[in-house]
Write a protein that binds this ligand. Structure first.
Ligand code: G3P
Ligand code: CA
Length: 275
């Protein structure tokens, strides 16, 4: 078990014993659960994914975290976009890595979701950190980091510059499907929680989970491979489990019944129906 997890557990125990302890939030159907509500690419069911409109909507809907996908422009700017090309979500074409920030920032990243979002831009990582830190948690996914050598150092630098490399009240988590990148991120930022993403059952064996637990705090699977046994195995290794991507009430209800720690959803209201 990672040292920072042990520290976190001892802090949690202290808080539990404190007379000031209060439920963080009454989640779901009035029943108390400590399950985080993570707005996937922002509240992307209602707004254009990975834009300020989507992140503002997640804040308005009182999600606990926004999930963002980070990539890098040709000239080294960290930008928030999911696909490795701009074709699906903007009015441009081409690979993110082949376009300068000036070219990326000129694109319309809103109209694909509806005319009312025309003019939404591809945000920068710095802009998102500055606008949302302390207001909502930020789950940072390094998207295809193998395309961007050195992106881990750039992300670490931006977090350190803002003292977000030792998050306290400001909730920051870093995750990726690329495990080597996450080992590197853990070495660069030992106090920031790390997550591994997968949709492969081959990553749920006892040995695989044990290997992840050497550097990861979160095991984050697609909900199709979540079972009660998997949740128990992840917890017994001292990790948490956040699952994705909820796009129906049935999927949210399934994950409630599995007792995962966080639900990553396009629709935050499926996880917390008060909003
Ligand atoms: O946060 C989990 C989820 O974002 C992983 O898949 O493709 O939506 O980035 P994807
Ligand atoms: Ca993502």
């Amino acid at each position: 078990m990672k040292k920072k997890t042990l520290l976190g557990m001892s802090l949690a125990f202290t808080l539990l014993c404190s007379p000031l302890q209060q439920p963080i939030a009454a989640k779901t159907t009035g029943e108390f659960r400590q399950m985080d509500n993570v707005a996937h690419r922002g509240a992307s069911g209602y707004t254009p994914e990975n834009t300020i409109a989507a992140f503002d909507k997640a804040v308005e809907m009182k999600a606990d975290y926004i999930e963002i996908d980070v990539q890098r422009s040709k000239d080294g700017k960290l930008v928030i976009i999911h696909d490795t090309t701009v074709d699906r979500t903007t009015d441009g074409t081409g690979r993110v890595k082949d376009l300068t920030y000036e070219q990326l920032s000129a694109l319309d990243a809103g109209s694909f979701k509806g005319e009312q979002f025309k003019g939404e831009k591809i945000p920068t990582f710095e802009e998102v950190l500055d606008r949302y830190r302390g207001k909502i948690g930020i789950l940072i996914e390094l998207k295809s980091p193998e395309l961007y050598p050195g992106i881990e150092e750039s992300i670490a630098q931006q977090l350190k510059k803002r003292n977000l490399d030792r998050p306290q009240n400001e909730k920051i988590i870093i995750q990726s499907f690329n495990f080597e990148s996450m080992k590197k991120m853990d070495a660069l930022l030992p106090k920031v929680p790390i997550g591994v993403l997968t949709s492969s059952k081959s990553h749920t064996t006892e040995q695989a989970l044990k290997d992840f637990s050497a550097y990861a705090d979160y095991f984050n699977p697609s909900y199709g491979i979540v079972t009660k046994d998997l949740v128990n195995d992840v917890h017994s290794l001292g990790m948490k489990i956040s699952s994705w991507t909820v796009r129906s009430q049935e999927a949210a209800d399934f994950l409630f019944s599995m007792d995962v720690d966080a639900i990553i959803t396009d629709y935050p209201d499926y996880v917390d129906p008060r909003n």
